[in-house]
Design a protein around this ligand. Structure first.
Ligand code: ZN
Length: 365
């Protein structure tokens, strides 16, 4: 999860991209490489669902086009015989679409799926993968998914719970629209959201089949793929996927292009975990949300943001300010030079502040 003002922003992003998808012919069909999987609900969309940005030979950053709500990026790593995919998106439909569209990139089958963490928008496509695919995640991610925590999250409530209301709003706008072009745009947006709603209803949270607590390395021909747990941060079990030869790292939501969701955060440990990440020798970062980037300056930016947020949260807490009020008053505009999305005081969603208070009250260990 990520985003500064997520609901509105995501909505606009999805709607805009949905409109762009109008007029494109469906490109989704039976693949050449992998056996065609049963098409799950929530795959009634005008493709393609993904853009595969080639980072190096056999390494891609798969980013949603908006024709299907996928919510998170995937990283694709080809080995000599098979393919590893980082993250499975928000619905089985998203994971299915990735698998289908990947057939145009490589004939090799997906054999490994890594969940960077347990959040719904990174793991709720797991069920699409059959017994021939190992789903790898941190032991904490497995426990959370088994306990139903990927469904029982304030983030899910915030990001997915609002979809029926969005659909109702669009239906009203469609009924009121008089211009044909406007009607077509709204209809395209409605199609995307209705399909997304179908997709979310089909989710059966499926835990990793293989877990780690510190590190694991896959050797696939010349490709070395290291899975690293560097400490708690975005959640208690964030796994990073590191390609040492290629100097590429996939960070999930531990480090994203903009600001990351903090509703499950361990703020002070997150700062330390980013410090540990600085010791890893990489050039290119493929984040779970936003665009790929290079270099390490964003690590400093995110540490500064976390320090600022945590210091303010402590002050509000000490002063007895309720967390809901603190979420309105917290002022992170000092970070706007690095995060231009920050334009006003306050933080949305407010789950970060609620989480900070839980930690300060000793309710989370
Ligand atoms: Zn997340």
């Amino acid at each position: 999860m990520t985003r500064q003002r997520p609901l509105l922003l995501l909505f606009i992003v999805f709607l805009g991209a949905g409109a762009l998808a109008l007029g494109r012919s469906p490109s989704v069909g039976a693949g050449q490489g992998a056996p065609a999987a049963t098409r799950p609900p929530g795959t009634n969309y005008k493709g393609p669902a993904f853009t595969f940005n080639k980072i190096q030979e056999g390494v891609y950053h798969a980013v949603g086009t908006g024709s299907l709500v996928v919510m998170s990026n995937a990283t694709i790593v080809e080995g000599d015989r098979d393919v590893l995919v980082v993250d499975s998106h928000v619905t089985p439909g998203g994971a299915w679409a990735l698998r289908e569209e990947l057939n145009a990139i490589t004939p090799k089958p997906i054999r490994w799926v890594v969940n960077s963490h347990y959040h719904f928008d990174h793991s709720h496509g797991n069920q699409v993968y059959g017994p021939e695919v190992e789903i790898i995640g941190h032991e904490f991610a497995r426990q959370q998914i088994l306990a139903g925590k990927s469904l029982d999250s304030p983030a899910l409530e915030f990001f997915v719970g609002g979809v029926p209301a969005q659909i109702q709003g669009l239906e009203k706008r469609l009924a009121a629209a008089t211009d044909d072009k406007e009607r077509a745009t709204i209809q395209a947006q409605l199609d995307v959201q209705r399909n997304h709603l179908e997709g979310t209803k089909a989710v059966r949270p499926t835990p990793p089949t293989m877990t780690l607590t510190h590190t694991m390395t896959l050797h696939r021909g010349a490709r070395e793929i290291r899975l690293l747990f560097l400490g708690r941060g975005h959640t208690a079990g964030d796994v990073i996927v590191y390609l040492p030869k290629e100097r590429i790292i996939a960070t999930g939501d531990l480090l994203v292009e903009a600001t990351s969701y903090m509703g499950d955060a361990f703020f002070t440990e997150w700062i330390q975990t980013i410090e540990a990440l600085k010791q890893v020798d990489f050039d290119t970062v493929l984040p779970g949300h936003g665009r790929a980037f290079t270099g390490k300056t964003k690590l400093d930016h995110w540490q500064a943001y976390l320090r600022d947020f945590w210091a303010q949260a402590q002050k509000f807490h000490m002063a007895g300010v309720p967390w809901e009020e603190a979420a309105k008053q917290v002022d992170l505009r000092g970070n706007a030079v690095n995060y231009p999305g920050i334009r006003t005081a306050g933080i949305t969603p407010n789950h970060g502040m609620r989480r900070a208070y839980e930690l300060l009250d000793g309710k989370v260990k």
